[in-house]
Design a protein around this ligand. Structure first.
Ligand SMILES: Nc1ncnc2c1ncn2[C@@H]1O[C@H](COP(=O)(O)OP(=O)(O)OP(=O)(O)O)[C@@H](O)[C@H]1O
Ligand SMILES: Nc1ncnc2c1ncn2[C@@H]1O[C@H](COP(=O)(O)OP(=O)(O)OP(=O)(O)O)[C@@H](O)[C@H]1O
Ligand SMILES: [Mg+2]
Ligand SMILES: [Mg+2]
Lengths: 155, 173, 155, 173
């Protein structure tokens, strides 16, 4: 379960933002263009998705425009692992043009990061933990070959 | 490759049938349900051909997907995406405006579905513009724009308030 | 201005339906799957659009499933021509596998129908009088070449 | 062919700039507006290349379309579709759920736009699931399903009721 998020200079989030009070069923609400989907983007970003999976962005486009220091963007997700009852801080920082991944404050390679998250029950490769805005409408328009591809991707 | 595909296909197909039935079950007696079906177009090399996705909303007769209404297609598409997610378990689901095409009845059916599924082992974080939906959540994360156009957030615990009678009734059924 | 519609055995409209009280700004409301978009389909149908433009249908699919008589489907639109103040009944019937067009109760060829409607200010070829469900979402996803095509179609 | 295209392009481009500005104008002082722009990618054979569509919502800085929010893209797309319609005049416009992605502020801006444009020479017939939108119309055509799943319709004249204070205020601005 996601407990809280800490976002710094990521997309429309200027400076440091602590977003807490996530529960078993939480809703993110607010006007068009306020930054709700950017929260989802922050979560999929820290969980290792490519920048291009975020509305076709480049890593540099994920940094808040007006960031004083263009190399200090990060997203930190505090994850409560139900089985152990322990809370794991999961972090991804943008350092110049690359990403640094941290679990429990240890700097890891992407491979190690993915493996350790899998041990916590989070499968970042399967991309099955999110539905992006517009995905539902687009499935509704797809043909049988595309539906088959979705099944293949998951398997 | 074929056996991987078939293994996934069978599980997803099973998920889809049960999820769509649950998601479309009427809110009042006699609680009619819709039915959904995935069919392989080519049994020999399944991943090369297509998978035919068909649904029948409650009380309607069979029609191709493209003849269904916008809301009916949306419910079907959502059921399909949920069935993909059920294939590999995940501790949380983050959903962005999945209810855009839903009328108030479909929104309530979605609330019923999420409230039944959400627990410590499957957390739902849902972005929604519909008050009819988000009033039923345990907490709200409110996002707004500052004067300089950057985002600000506020959180509100809804569990400190008592649930309305209608909300309780929705879940009992 | 559209004054009223008379629909018989068209899509989900069984038997004869008179839909009136259209004003300068009218809304069609109701639950998912109730038949709202089918009203738009009825209007673009009577105004000469191909069946394939209606969710990729064939003419036979536009006939109400359970129609007792499969050859009596029609849509009649009463149009108030502002300049003359006269009300024109515009009708299209499905007779076996073809469409018959009527204006003022005169049977016309498609060409004459289109021409006479143009004289009333209704340009059925330019397709610019309707936005189908999902069109807005789909434009939002298009690339520059597709945008150019839209402009070309209109010109 | 080129001159036809350029004639249409110039008119549509002009329409778009004014429609988007009107559709995005804030509901309260200082009434900031957004700006929209169509640019030819190839001036020599314009119809062979693309047309670049860019918008800047009120108070925001320039970004490519794909970086905008769902609702912002939707408003832009609608403005573009309206600008195509303005090219050849028509006595009526029939719009199907164009407000699906809109929050309440954008819904009210759309109400303001439609109320200003609708008259005897341009009738608006709009299908909408949003009460915040349809309460402002002159009449409602209600559609529902009978037990046998066929459609039934009912019409209601809203002009027999007085307009609320908020609705009047919306139009004055
Ligand atoms: N790098 C960045 N720096 C500053 N602002 C950004 C950056 N990237 C995106 N934005 C802004 O974030 C906004 C989009 O936010 P988001 O997509 O989260 O909105 P939303 O709340 O989901 O809205 P909707 O309800 O319309 O979907 C855009 O207006 C965009 O200008
Ligand atoms: N030939 C037909 N005979 C009987 N019913 C039909 C026929 N063609 C379509 N339908 C029914 O009409 C319904 C679709 O109606 P429509 O698309 O108008 O719904 P809607 O009110 O626009 O809903 P939504 O809000 O979901 O877009 C479908 O459920 C379909 O079964
Ligand atoms: Mg969004
Ligand atoms: Mg519809």
């Amino acid at each position: 379960m996601i407990i809280s998020l800490e976002i710094k200079d990521f997309k429309s989030y200027k400076g440091i933002h602590n977003i807490s009070l996530f529960k078993e069923f939480s809703c993110v609400i607010g006007p068009n263009g306020s930054g709700k989907s950017n929260i989802l983007d922050a979560i999929i970003f820290v969980l290792g998705q490519k920048a291009s999976a975020i509305r076709g962005s480049r890593l540099s486009e994920l940094v808040y425009f007006g960031a004083a220091d263009k190399t200090n963007t990060y997203v930190k997700l505090n994850f409560l692992h139900q089985i152990s009852g322990k809370i794991y801080p999961i972090m991804r920082k943008i350092v110049n043009t690359e990403s640094h991944y941290y679990l429990d404050d240890r700097l890891l390679s992407y491979k190690q990061f993915a493996t350790e998250l899998a041990e916590l029950g989070i499968n970042i490769a399967s991309k099955n933990f999110f539905i992006l805005q517009g995905d539902v409408e687009s499935i509704a328009m797809q043909n049988p070959k595309q539906i088959a591809d979705h099944i293949e991707k998951v398997s | 490759r074929k056996s991987l595909f078939m293994k996934a296909f069978k599980k997803i197909s099973k998920n889809l049938t049960s999820i769509y039935s649950e998601l479309t079950r009427e809110l009042e007696p006699p609680f009619h349900r819709g039915s959904a079906h995935l069919a392989l177009e080519d049994n020999v090399t399944p991943f090369n051909a297509g998978v035919k996705f068909t649904v029948i909303p409650p009380n309607k007769r069979f029609q191709e997907m493209d003849q269904l209404s916008g809301g009916e297609k949306s419910v079907a598409a959502l059921a399909f995406l949920f069935s993909l997610q059920g294939f590999k378990s995940t501790p949380f689901l983050i959903l962005d405006e999945i209810d855009a095409a839903f009328d108030s009845v479909n929104v309530l059916k979605l609330v019923r579905y999420v409230k039944h599924k959400a627990n410590r082992n499957l957390q739902f974080i849902v972005i929604s513009l519909k008050e009819l939906f988000y009033v039923h959540s345990d907490s709200l994360i409110g996002i707004c724009r500052e004067r300089d156009s950057t985002s600000a957030s506020f959180s509100l615990d809804l569990q400190q308030f008592t649930e309305s009678k209608e909300a309780e009734q929705l879940l009992v059924q």
